[in-house]
Design a protein around this ligand. Structure first.
Ligand SMILES: [Zn+2]
Length: 174
């Protein structure tokens, strides 16, 4: 499994539903979880490893830590309240930007036994779920920025790649 990095076009493609009971996705989720820890991410969506299926793994390092392996996740409720979420993405190394997210969401998904689960999440976990589910639609968090901030973020991303983060400018330029 290789990490696909912006501007790889696979990151812009929508994912297909997994057939319920299709056990071929289980080893994919296992390997995605391994990569999540290896790459020190909070979440990883299948397109980021080149697979256009609705699969997500998340571990936001709560105490105690919980690893979620989600098949066909979808948000079934979101709070009206929005919060500012300072985000990064394994597919956009070194870049961090602030986007608006719903403070709370309810997500429905199938677990690795193909049992339907509903998870209510808030704050960082909620933002992480929204970020990962966006990947399944081919949306990156920078796509949620205004056009001018998007252009600025992409320019900053390319500069960060060239400098290896040496001149990491983490200040907002709003
Ligand atoms: Zn991401």
């Amino acid at each position: 499994m290789e990490l696909h990095v912006f501007p790889d076009p696979i990151l812009t493609k929508p994912c297909a539903d997994v057939e319920i009971g299709d056990k071929s996705v289980l080893p994919i989720l296992d390997e995605m979880a391994e990569k999540l820890y290896e790459w020190s991410g909070a979440g990883l969506a299948a397109p980021q490893v080149g697979i256009l299926k609705k699969l997500v793994v998340i571990d936001v390092r709560d105490e105690p830590p919980v690893l979620y392996k989600m098949i066909n996740p979808k948000i079934i409720w979101k709070s009206d309240e929005l919060i500012e979420s300072r985000e990064g993405c394994l597919s956009l190394p070194l870049l961090r930007e602030t986007v608006k997210r719903h403070e709370k969401v309810k997500v429905e998904y199938f677990d690795t036994n193909f049992q339907k689960q509903i998870l209510e999440a808030e704050d960082f976990l909620s933002c992480c779920i929204q970020h990962e589910l966006d990947h399944l639609k081919g949306t990156l968090y920078i796509d949620r920025l205004s056009r001018i901030k998007y252009t600025r973020a992409v320019n900053k991303f390319h500069k960060l790649q060239q400098s290896g983060g040496a001149n990491l400018d983490d200040t907002d330029e709003e």
